[in-house]
Ligand binder design. Structure first.
Ligand code: AMP
Ligand code: MG
Length: 281
């Protein structure tokens, strides 16, 4: 069962037609059990990826404020090996970042082979917040879709699997989450008047997201819409996509490890045989 919606290259995206409360008829308990199974499999595959160091995984999260980017990333970190996974957040660019092209800061932190890097926001902010607030002129941000596609093609061509998630919540759910945050003292560090201000631009953001999803979903770097009103379903849908993306590599990784093991064992045997053949004095 496919829980996330993969955007086929060239297809139209209408976020209004995508149900953010989708849960595929599963109960929360059923969903959690399925997630536990997928999580164990992903952990095993990630170990193989790390051990063979032939591929890298880049997982990017985008979504409106409160959509659950932090929560979804925390969930992934609860089941992958954090020695070969890292998180990279993208904030308002610094002066030095702004003095470069918009992909400079992104390219510097893409994962090396063997690693998984999870982006909390990404280069897509440069066609989202930047577009909604006219931070650069339209003719500048319009050219960025092609730049993004070319950049992603380059890193995909360098053994990096790219997975992009749009966490889709409803406007009502966002309001509820913002209000809940205000009641929870442990979440006070997340409170920001900016979130309420940005909410006024909801429709502009949805339009900007639609364009980004339509123009930048490619075979090598597809977008996935994740129904995210239910946190447990969001986590399940994310895990399923990651698992499906890793699975095709499993045999190659196992074969490479078997070959590495055979070579190392032959070396050890030769060394031990040499040791026993040595005259003792
Ligand atoms: P948060 O994810 O809540 O820590 O907020 C990070 C803020 O940085 C968000 O308001 C983003 O829209 C903003 N941001 C990230 N990338 C950019 C960018 N390239 N240009 C402008 N603002 C950005
Ligand atoms: Mg925020």
């Amino acid at each position: 069962m496919k829980y996330a919606k993969r955007i086929d290259p060239g297809s139209k995206v209408k976020l209004k037609n995508e149900d953010p409360s989708e849960s595929a008829g599963l109960s929360k308990e059923e969903g959690s059990a399925k997630l536990a199974e997928l999580a164990a499999k992903i952990a095993e595959l990630q170990e193989l990826m790390s051990a063979t160091s032939d591929h890298a995984f880049l997982v990017a999260f985008q979504g409106m404020d409160t959509a659950g980017k932090d929560g979804a990333i925390n969930k992934i970190l609860s089941y992958v090996n954090v020695q070969s996974a890292r998180v990279q957040a993208f904030k308002v660019p610094t002066p030095i970042e702004l003095a470069h092209d918009f992909l400079w800061r992104v390219h510097a932190v893409t994962p090396a082979c063997g690693g998984m890097t999870i982006f909390n926001r990404s280069h897509y902010e440069d066609v989202l917040v930047v577009r909604v607030h006219n931070i650069v002129p339209e003719e500048v941000w319009k050219r960025r879709y092609d730049h993004i596609n070319n950049f992603e093609a380059l890193i995909a061509d360098s053994r990096t699997t790219i997975i992009k998630f749009f966490l889709h919540i409803s406007k009502d759910e966002q309001e509820q989450r913002l209000l809940d945050r205000e009641k929870d003292p442990t979440k006070s560090w997340k409170l920001s008047v900016g979130d309420w201000k940005e909410r006024e631009f909801w429709d502009d953001y949805q339009e900007a997201y639609q364009d980004a999803l339509e123009r930048c979903s490619t075979d090598q770097a597809p977008w996935h819409i994740i129904p995210a009103n239910h946190k447990w379903f969001r986590d399940l849908a994310v895990a399923e996509v990651i698992y499906e993306a890793m699975k095709p590599f499993e045999k190659g990784w196992r074969d490479k490890l078997a070959a590495l093991g055979a070579t190392a064992k032959a070396d050890i045997q030769a060394f031990k045989a040499g040791e026993t053949a040595k005259p003792t004095s």
